[in-house]
Design a protein around this ligand. Structure first.
Ligand code: SF4
Ligand SMILES: [Zn+2]
Ligand SMILES: [Zn+2]
Length: 453
C-alpha cells in the first residue's frame, strides 16, 4: 500500500511508454498516484489523466516557474478545473528563487492568489519551495488560522521549519534525493521527524533514487524512498506504507480510514489495544480525536472492547513477536483482568510482555495491583510526563495526588518486574533534565524521552 503523491506523468519523457510506466507502478504495489500540474495546459492534461486511470488523482495550479505572466483572471480557469471529481488539491504552487524564471513579486502574487482559491474551495495545496525559505514561511504563517492544509513537497528546509510547519498541521514529503550518498543531513532531519507527518513522493521524472540515479524517475521507484524511510526509522516497509498512506487520506481524502484494530503490529512487536478509555485527559493525547497511531485505528467504545480470547487468537504464537505490548489510546489497567488473562497466555507460551501505563492502576482498581505484575509482565513503561506535580496534573487534567500515586506505583513495580522505564515527551514547557534526574536518582528507573510535536 504505497502512494506516490507527486509524479508529473504529463512530461514529454513519458510520451513513449506511459502505459508501461503505469503498469509497473501498479505491479510494484502502488495504490494511488497524485499528478500535480505546473501550468494551465498541464492542468487540463492532469484532469484527463484522472479520468482515464482510476487510481490516478490530480492537482491543478500554476508552478512558480510559470508565473511571470500571472494575472488574476487565471484563478477562474484553475477553479473550473479544480471542480473535477478527482482533483484533490491546488498545486503545485509556491516560490522558487533558485531559478530566476519569474520575478519574486509575481511568484508571491500567484502563490497567495492560489492559496486563497484553495481556501475558498476547501482543498489543500501542494507547495514547491526552493531557496525561498524566508518568504515561504512568512506567507504560510500569515495563513495560520485560516484552515489551510499544505503538503511541502521535496522538503529541503531546516528541522525548525519542519517542526513549525507540522505544528501548523501541514505535512511534508520526501523524494528519491533521500537515497543520495551526500544527503546525510537530510536523513538526520528525517530521523528526528515522526512518520505521522510524512508522505512519500517521487517527483517523477526528476529526483531519481539510487541505484537508478541519472535515469528518468517513475512512480514504481517510490518503493526505494519508502525503504530508506524504513531504514532511518528502524521500521518495516509495511509500517511506512501504512502510516504514510493514512497521512495521504488525512491530507487529500484519498483511500479510507482503516477499521478498528484490536491488535496491531509495529516493527516486530504486537500491540494490544485494550481500551480507548482513560481516567486522565492529557493535553497531548488524541484519545478523543482520531485515535490513529502508526496508521492503525484504535477507536472503540466500551461495548466494542473484546474479551481476552479475541486478543489471544490474534496473537497466536507469541514467540513470533519480539514482545506483546499492552498499549493503545487508553489506560490498560482499566481492564486489568483482561490484561492479566492475555499476559498469562503469553507467558505460558514463552513470549515477552510489556505494559504501558499511566501508573494509576492502584487507584483505578482500588487495590495494590503491583504484586500481580509478577510472572505476567516483564517490562513496565510509565508515562512520567513531568517532575513538577502541578505541571503533571495540568498536562493530564487530573488532581496532583495522581503524581504521587504514579511515583509510588513505579517504585513498587520495580520489585515485581524485570525493568521499569519512565517516559517524558519533548514539550517546550517540560524540563527534561529535571525529569531525568528525578527518574534516575529518586525512583531508580530507566528514563526515556519521546519526540512530540
Ligand atoms: S494517560 Fe495515556 S491514554 Fe490516558 S489520556 Fe494520557 S496519554 Fe491518553
Ligand atoms: Zn516542485
Ligand atoms: Zn513537482
Amino acid at each position: 500500500m504505497l502512494i506516490d503523491t507527486h509524479a508529473h506523468l504529463f512530461y514529454p519523457n513519458f510520451n513513449e511508454d506511459l502505459e508501461e510506466v503505469i503498469k509497473r507502478a501498479k505491479d510494484s504495489g502502488l495504490d494511488y498516484i497524485i499528478v500535480p500540474a505546473t501550468d494551465l495546459k498541464t492542468s487540463e492534461e492532469v484532469v484527463e489523466l484522472t479520468k482515464k486511470y482510476d487510481f490516478i488523482y490530480g492537482a491543478v495550479g500554476i508552478h512558480p516557474h510559470e508565473t511571470k505572466d500571472w494575472d488574476n483572471s487565471l484563478i477562474e480557469k484553475i477553479e473550473a478545473l479544480a471542480m473535477n471529481e478527482k482533483i484533490v488539491a491546488i498545486g503545485e504552487i509556491g516560490l522558487d528563487y533558485f531559478y530566476d524564471f519569474s520575478p519574486k513579486e509575481k511568484q508571491i502574487e500567484a502563490f497567495k492568489a492560489q492559496i486563497e482559491l484553495a481556501l475558498k474551495i476547501n482543498k489543500p495545496i501542494i507547495v514547491h519551495n526552493r531557496e525561498s525559505d524566508e518568504d515561504m514561511m512568512s506567507v504560510i504563517r500569515s495563513y495560520q488560522d485560516s484552515g489551510l492544509k499544505a503538503q511541502f513537497h521535496c522538503f529541503s528546509q531546516s528541522f525548525e521549519h519542519a517542526r513549525e510547519l507540522i505544528k501548523l498541521n501541514h505535512l511534508i514529503s520526501f523524494t528519491g534525493n533521500i537515497t543520495f550518498k551526500k544527503q546525510d543531513s537530510l536523513r538526520e532531519l528525517i530521523s528526528r521527524l515522526s512518520l505521522e507527518s510524512i508522505m512519500l513522493e517521487t517527483d517523477s521524472p526528476f529526483m531519481t533514487p539510487e541505484p537508478y540515479r541519472g535515469q528518468r524517475n517513475e512512480p514504481s521507484y517510490v518503493k526505494l524512498v519508502a525503504e530508506t524511510l524504513a531504514d532511518i526509522h528502524h521500521l518495516n516497509i509495511e509500517d511506512v506504507a501504512r502510516i504514510t498512506s493514512y497521512n495521504v487520506f488525512r491530507m487529500f481524502g484519498i483511500g479510507s480510514k482503516p477499521g478498528t484494530s484490536f491488535t496491531y503490529k509495529i516493527r516486530n512487536s504486537l500491540y494490544i489495544n485494550i481500551t480507548n478509555r482513560c481516567n486522565a485527559n492529557c493535553q497531548f493525547c488524541d484519545r478523543n480525536g482520531e485515535s490513529v497511531i502508526s496508521g492503525y485505528n484504535l477507536k472503540m467504545t466500551k461495548s466494542e472492547e473484546p474479551d481476552a480470547s479475541v486478543y489471544i487468537k490474534e496473537i497466536g504464537d507469541p514467540k513470533q513477536f519480539d514482545e506483546i505490548v499492552f498499549c493503545g489510546y487508553g489506560e490498560p489497567t482499566l481492564r486489568w483482568d483482561i490484561v492479566k488473562a492475555v499476559a498469562k497466555y503469553v507467558k505460558e507460551n514463552e513470549g515477552r510482555t510489556r505494559l504501558i501505563t499511566n501508573g494509576h492502576g492502584n487507584l483505578i482498581n482500588k487495590r495494590d495491583i503491583a504484586p500481580e505484575l509478577k510472572g505476567l509482565i516483564d517490562v513496565v513503561s510509565i508515562s512520567f510526563n513531568s517532575a513538577d506535580p502541578r505541571q503533571y496534573s495540568e498536562l493530564m487534567g487530573l488532581e496532583t495526588r495522581f503524581f504521587n500515586e504514579m511515583i509510588s506505583f513505579a517504585k513498587d513495580a520495580k520489585n515485581y518486574v524485570e525493568k521499569v522505564v519512565m517516559t517524558v515527551i519533548t514539550m517546550d514547557e517540560v524540563n527534561i533534565e529535571r525529569a531525568r534526574k528525578t527518574v534516575e536518582e529518586k525512583i531508580g528507573a530507566e528514563f526515556r524521552v519521546r519526540q512530540y510535536f
